[in-house]
Write a protein that binds this ligand. Sequence first.
Ligand code: ZN
Length: 319
Amino acid sequence: MQESNDIDVLVSEVGPRDGLQSIKAIMPLAAKKAWIAAEAAAGVREIEVGSFVPAKLLPQLADTAEVVRYARTIPGLAVLALVPNFKGAEHAIEAGAHKIALPLSASETHSKANLRKTHDEVIEEVRRIAGHIRGLPAGKRPGFEGNISTAFGCTLEGPVPERKVVELARRLMDAGVDDVGLSDTTGYANPAQLRRLVKLVRAEVGQDRLTSVHLHNTRGLGLANALAALEEGITTLDSSLGGLGGCPYAPGASGNIVTEDLVFMLDAMGLRTGIDIEKLLAVRQILAGALPGEALYGFTPDAGLPRGYAPGGWGVRAG
Ligand code: ZN
């Protein structure tokens, strides 16, 4: 599911997965559907709709298979699902996900805490999933991304050596993923680090095998990192509506970068996203209604669009 050439940047909404898994409240299935449908109607072309983890671990995402099946009925929408292991991948494929992403934590301590698996064990899982996908009929094979989480630092291990990230990207490719992504799970990344790591990983796996980054705004550097990624030629940026999820360690900080602010930045810069910013801003009402009391973030939704704002480039026509 790569970006088509009528857009410059693919904004991949991850709120229904990353946002919802980070909060206690459980969003009803009907609200998830309404949220996904409204974002798609606003022009969002890719949504990570859930994660195939056991319901007892993440009850918030227990209905992911149903959400995938529903999202599949929306024309033009690429439906992504996160999978922690082979079993999850089987379920995601069965439900019809267009693309699956498996997280591999660059920090082995984090990997053991999170997936209860060593690097070798995760790579073996990737190999099995890739083999399973190859065995499917041509039209039924989902895209398969290996996502390197804690790529910019880990809350348990601290700094993560860049050569470790490069090595894991190589191992993921060798195990059979189509491409790799870099995730700043912990909000540790800075723009210089991001540009360096994107270059290093691309030198190892190829320019076209790393096209997406997943950013958090824990320390307020989310959009600065997004801009650095764009300057490196990254074309897919993950974000979540209202920055849903927040960060328990950083009050006031959003979780993922905020979709509304990201789309405003891109749109104002004259970069095409295919998204109608005004329609997107209205989708927030669905979140606010379905998750009463939950903090929503973002500057653009609070401040509103600039007076006289013309979608598709701000300042381009002025003066
Ligand atoms: Zn995340």
